[in-house]
Structures are given as C-alpha cells and as structure tokens.
Design a protein around this ligand. Structure first.
Ligand SMILES: *Cc1c(COP(=O)(O)O)cnc(C)c1O
Length: 472
C-alpha cells in the first residue's frame, strides 16, 4: 500500500515510511492512495473473530508490503492480549436504540491506548529492522501523554520525553505518566501552560542543535497508524449489531477529528455506516464547519471535557482532501490561507462530500451533565463527561429523526469515568473508583523533573539525557 500527502507534493511512502514519518514533508497528512474495500461476503466472514484476529484482518490491506500477515497477527495478539477486558472494546446496551462502545480498557483508561499500544509496537519493529533509534518528544494536557508513555515504556529503540504543564494536569493523569518507571521514559514538568510546553516541542523539531544529534519522532494523532488501529472497533461493533446485513450509526466525542475519521475510513472500506455524528463541546469549530461550511478558529474555552478543548482539528484536513476530490495542490492553497487568516469556507464539493456521512451536534456543560444523569438513572451506566457529550449528541439526533429508530446508535465511550471523577461526581453524585488493575496508582512512586519555563533549559535537559545522543 502506498500513501499520498493531502498537500500533494511530498513523496509517496509505504506503511513503514508513514508510520515513522508522522507528518508529511510538505506539511500535509498521509492517506492511502486508494481505499481498500471488503465485499459483503468478506465482512460476513469476519463475524465471530476474536478482537486481535479481526484487527489483523481489517488492517492487512493497509500494511501490505511492510508487514507479513504473521507479523501483523503477532503484533495484534501481543498488543490486544493484555487489555482489561477479553473483548477489548465491549458493547453495552442502554435502551432499545442506544449503545455504548467501551474503548477504555487499555492501560491508561482512555481510547487512545487502542491505537498507541499498537503504534509503540510498530515503532520497535520498524526501528529494529532499520537499526535506528528514535527520540519521541511530546507535550500533553493529559490523556495523550500517558497513553504514549505506556506505549513506549520498556522499548529498546524508542525513548520518550513527555512535557506537561506543571500543576495543570489532574493527579490521576500525572500519576499515570510519572509512575511508569522505565529507563526510556522521561517526564518533564514545565513551568507555564500547555501551549508553552507545546511551543518547546515544536521548536525542538526545527532546532539544528537537536536535530543534528537526535532523530525526533512524534506520536500525535496525525500519525496514520493511529487512525488505522481505530478503524477496527467500528468493524467489531457493527459486526456484533448485524453488519453487513444491517447498518449502524455512531456518535463520536470529537477533538482532533481522528476517532471519527476512522469511522469514515470504515465506511469507505465497505462497512455499512448509516451516519457519523460529530459531537463537540462548546469549542465547536467542527460543528460550525459541518453545519454551515464556516471553518474558523476562535479562542479555546476550558470545559469538563478537556480532551476536546481544541482550536483547530488537525485531522479534518484528511476529510477535506478526500471528500473534496483529492486535489492536493488546491488543498495546499486552501490550508495556507487558513493558516494565515485562521478562517476558511468549505468548497461545495467538500461540504457535500462531508454531508453524505457526517452530521454534527454540540453539547454545553448542562446538556453534558444531563446525558450523564440519563445514563446513570435509566441504564445504570456511569459515563465520563466526554462520553456524555457523545450521548447528548446521539439523543438529540435521534429525537430530530436524523437517525431512524430502528438503526442502532452507538456512542463511543472514550474514557473511563474514574479518569474524570470530580466532574462525574458533580454531575451524578457518585464518585467512580479506579478499576482494580490500576487501583494502586496512588501508592506507586513517582518520577519526574521540574524545569523552569524557558526553552533552553528544556532542550539542554533532553540533549543531556537522551540515550540516543550517545555521549552519556
Ligand atoms: C483524545 C480524546 C477525545 C478526542 O478524540 P479525537 O480523536 O482527538 O477526536 C475524546 N475523548 C477523550 C477521552 C480523549 O482522550
């Protein structure tokens, strides 16, 4: 399988290449040159497969040429074999129409584990093959950092430096990062905001003093391999609900548009996806773009769903490219003007292509809390606020008739409620407990360094502690 950039001028790469590259060299994002498609008979034949076997079946076309079937199958069993639930992503029924797809049974209790655990294993395999090392640097406001650390910890080829804004992540989130004790994991608490930490990371990628000695890598959601891994749970859930003989609708709490774009990929591959509901909080750039064509960035309002507090959605570019007719040169112009003015209008082709599958809805904090209360009182389910945003959108779209009553409507449950226990307690009066497999989180020893907020201090720390700099 070959991959092309959304901005049309970076070289096409194979799966190994795009996994290690992340962002394309022309600033675009990689997508498969064409969508692989399964027939109805092939989809029917997937019924009853275990999650790891299904994952290998669904991902096989994307990795062709870079991994053998045995290698892929081996990775899937290794990665998904030790999730906290034997079904990996179990479905829970809430009423006649509504279902929850629990994506939080990985080591850090959020859906990002499903993709990052695989990405970590892919890094090891490809780096070993190339006899290379990789130094991953990232900044996190919470969920991504811990999932990335757990994915890389203990590896011999990749090491990770994760920056978080000191005192500005929750204690559960901090401990999920700082209690991982592995020689290739470095936690840096930086004085300042998340944006300050993020600025340090961006600067390191273009700082010759760093790039001269280190091969830097990133793990953010623009990496194609992450999206690919997320396609699998759309297949797993739709198959259980009757696909390919019945179509299924999804409501997806959305930030960077990665998780919901994976649903679009599943539909392109032949899965009968009735509709994808893009659920946003009050940071609603995607809702405005999909409902009126106006893609314009505003400021970010902090909410009880911090993982969806975004200004721009990096993966949205993939939809604009694919739905708009795959004209890389035209999209490069459009994105350049967006980067300059922070606003753009979708073209007719982009708007119509998106409307064929996507609907959007937005939830404010009252609506989010009300959905959490409904889940608790009517279905006995304690859900996290991100999932609450998704459930509100699902219920609103069902009430408006956007999704017909006989179509199963699945809300993606993106985080375990214990991860956001303060917000859950405020909404429903119950404080969820951490699952027993991570229950000793508060008893484990932490390890992190605190650094002043200037760039040079961060850079010097990374350079002097990176195993890959070789001089230590
Ligand atoms: C990252 C995250 C999201 C948003 O997912 P995207 O792929 O960025 O759209 C939603 N909920 C939770 C809990 C998350 O961690």
């Amino acid at each position: 399988m070959q991959y092309v950039s959304t901005r049309g001028s970076a070289p096409a790469l194979d799966f190994e290449g795009v996994t290690l590259a992340g962002l394309a060299s022309d600033g675009g994002l990689y997508l498969p040159a064409e969508w692989p498609r399964f027939s109805e008979a092939e989809i029917r034949d997937m019924r009853g497969l275990s999650y790891p076997d299904l994952a290998a079946r669904v991902m096989a076309p994307f990795v062709a040429g870079s991994l053998t079937e045995e290698e892929l199958l081996g990775l899937c069993h290794k990665v998904y074999g030790d999730f906290g639930h034997a079904a990996v992503t179990p479905l829970v029924q809430m009423d006649a129409q509504h279902w929850l797809l629990e994506l939080f049974h990985g080591p850090t209790l959020a859906f990002k584990d499903v993709a990052l655990q695989l990405l970590g294993a892919l890094f090891e395999l490809f780096l070993e093959r190339r006899d290379q090392r990789l130094t991953i640097v990232g900044a996190t406001s919470g969920d991504t950092g811990s999932a990335a650390i757990h994915a890389v910890a203990g590896g011999t080829r990749a090491e990770i430096f994760m920056l978080h804004p000191k005192g500005r992540v929750s204690e559960v989130q901090r401990r999920q990062m700082t209690t991982v004790r592995a020689p290739n994991v470095h936690n840096l608490a930086i004085e300042g905001s998340f944006d300050d930490a993020q600025a340090h990371v961006k600067r390191m990628f273009t700082d010759p003093e760093v790039t001269r000695v280190l091969d830097l890598g990133a793990v953010n959601s623009i990496n194609w391999a992450r999206l690919m891994a997320q396609v699998v749970y759309y297949f797993a859930s739709a198959l259980q609900l009757g696909a390919p003989d019945r179509s299924v609708a999804y409501s997806v709490p959305t930030g960077n548009f990665g998780d919901v774009f994976a649903g679009y990929v599943a539909a392109k591959m032949g899965l009968p996806v009735e509709r994808l509901i893009v659920a946003t909080n009050v940071n609603d750039i995607l809702h405005r773009a999909l409902s009126s064509g106006d893609y314009s960035a505003g400021g970010v309002t902090p909410t009880i769903t911090p993982s969806m507090d975004i200004q721009v959605s990096s993966n949205f570019e993939r939809l604009l490219f694919d739905a708009g007719g795959r004209d890389g040169a035209a999209l490069a112009d459009q994105m350049r003007s967006f980067e300059a003015s922070k606003a753009m209008q979708l073209t007719n082709a982009q708007a119509e292509g998106a409307a064929a599958l996507f609907t959007s809805a937005r939830a404010d904090q009252t609506e989010t809390a009300r959905a959490m209360q409904w889940a608790y009182r009517n279905a006995g389910q304690v859900i996290d606020p991100h999932t609450g945003v998704g459930l509100h959108a699902a219920q609103a779209m069902a009430a408006e008739g956007v999704v017909a009553p006989q179509v199963p409507l699945v809300t993606l449950a993106t985080a375990h409620p214990a991860k956001f226990n303060d917000a859950v307690e405020r909404a429903i009066g119950v404080r969820p407990a951490l699952p027993s497999r991570v229950g000793d989180l508060f008893g484990r020893e932490e390890s992190y360094v605190e650094l002043a907020g200037d760039y040079a201090t961060t850079r010097d720390y990374v350079l002097s502690h990176a195993a890959a700099s070789g001089e230590a």
